[in-house]
Design a binder for this molecule. Structure first.
Ligand SMILES: C[S@@+](CC[C@H](N)C(=O)[O-])C[C@H]1O[C@@H](n2cnc3c(N)ncnc32)[C@H](O)[C@@H]1O
Length: 383
């Protein structure tokens, strides 16, 4: 657990001391009380899942957590009868990430901002404190959360507009915006965001692949003869909850357990690759739709499972400590391990680029991932 703090001012001071709170945001972070946006029941991570923590039952711990530099799970959704919650559906993001993203947004007085993913309303309140209530609109897909965020904002004296709806459509009624900030992760940047951003405006968003969630990207929007285009680099690392319709859909173990004929082969690509965030990022870009899981075996052996929900393809690699070659099984129309090996070869041949050398371009028709320069496209997804 991170450093525990006693109040909002102390949290702001802590972030500033850690160099995580730019001066321009310090007043807003000191003024907007995070506790005022958090529900009485929050969820705390345990070894197997999340357990509830009620403010009334343990007010001191609740307050310590809320004023810490920690993400707080505020809603979970699990099948009825589940003994332990495993699926968070909303959270108040880690304060240092909130500050990083707001800083990356480069807001100035007079800017109009659209947030996607209101959650608790805390981020919208920070924006409203800095820019004014009229300048801020936030969209939340979950009606209960939207109502709660609206009430919390009002109780804290902010009138930022909270729209209940699918943020994939942006909010055309309030466009154009100078800035759009997403606080849920996407794999495909909705073109509506590009269309609703003013020329020269910025979009800051968490972006990921089915293999790896994710990075922070800042796109600049230009309006040309073919319509608005957004392009910009990866600027940081960040993992966020997925925008609901864009969460990688498959259950890796369910797909692999469906079985089917598998081809056997051997690979010399060892597990070190899996621990290299830059290599894994590149693999995610080049092997779209591929999800992963691991399973523990005896004596330090373990298996990497790969699966593609769309085609039902799966692959497994059995890793044994000390071995130099490993057994591979592959099933289905896609040869997922072969694709991963090819991605790794590409990444090695490109001199192992760091993920911050990549960027995204989004047009009406396609999303492109590029390396170093928008002209050097490494992957394209058609809209
Ligand atoms: C990490 S939370 C956002 C935190 C929030 N900004 C705050 O200050 O508390 C992600 C939120 O995105 C919302 N979300 C997911 N998919 C969405 C969608 N399609 N449109 C709008 N909101 C969405 C979730 O319901 C969740 O509340």
């Amino acid at each position: 657990m991170g450093v525990l703090l006693e109040g909002q001012a102390a949290l702001a001071r802590h972030l500033a001391d850690q160099d995580c709170l730019p001066a321009a945001w310090r007043e807003a972070f000191t003024r907007v009380d995070r506790a005022a946006f958090l529900p009485d029941r929050i969820w705390v991570r345990t070894v197997d899942g999340y357990e509830p923590l009620d403010r009334a039952a343990d007010p001191v711990r609740w307050q310590q957590l809320v004023y810490s530099d920690l993400p707080i799970i505020t809603q979970v959704q699990d099948p009825p009868g589940a003994t332990l919650a495993r699926t968070p559906t909303s959270s108040a993001s880690m304060p240092r990430i909130v500050a990083t993203m707001l800083h990356a947004l480069h807001v100035q007085a007079g800017h109009r901002v659209l947030e996607i993913g209101a959650g608790t309303g805390y981020n919208a309140a920070l924006l409203a404190a800095r820019l004014g209530d009229q300048q801020v609109t936030t969209v939340e897909v979950d009606a209960g959360l939207a109502d709660r965020a609206r009430a919390s904002l009002a109780a804290a004296g902010h009138r930022a507009a909270v729209v209940t709806g699918d943020g994939a459509a942006g909010w055309a009624a309030g466009a154009p915006y100078d800035r759009i900030i997403a606080t849920c992760s996407v794999r495909q940047v909705p073109y509506a965001w590009v269309e609703q951003t003013a020329p020269g405006g910025l979009i800051v968003l968490p972006w990921g692949t089915a293999l790896r969630n994710g990075v922070l990207v800042r796109l600049t929007v230009e309006h040309g003869p073919g319509g608005p285009v957004a392009s910009g680099p990866v600027i940081d690392d960040t993992a966020f909850m997925w925008m609901r319709a864009q969460a990688p859909g498959g259950d890796v173990m369910a797909i692999t357990q469906a079985g089917g004929e598998a081809d056997s082969s051997r690979t010399g690509l060892g597990p070190g690759f899996l621990g290299d965030d830059d290599a894994w990022f590149a693999a995610g870009v080049l092997v779209p739709g591929c999800q992963w899981a691991t399973g523990q075996g005896p004596d330090g052996e373990w298996t990497l499972w790969l699966a593609d929900a769309a085609s039902g393809s799966w692959a497994s690699v059995d890793y044994e400590p000390g071995a130099e070659q490993f057994d591979v099984q592959q099933h289905g129309p896609r040869r997922l391990w072969t694709e991963i090996e090819a991605a790794h070869t590409w990444w090695e041949d490109a001199d192992r680029p760091a993920r911050t050398r990549f960027g995204l371009s989004v047009t009406r028709h396609a999303q492109q991932v590029w390396l170093d320069d928008p002209a050097h496209v490494v992957a394209t997804t058609r809209a």
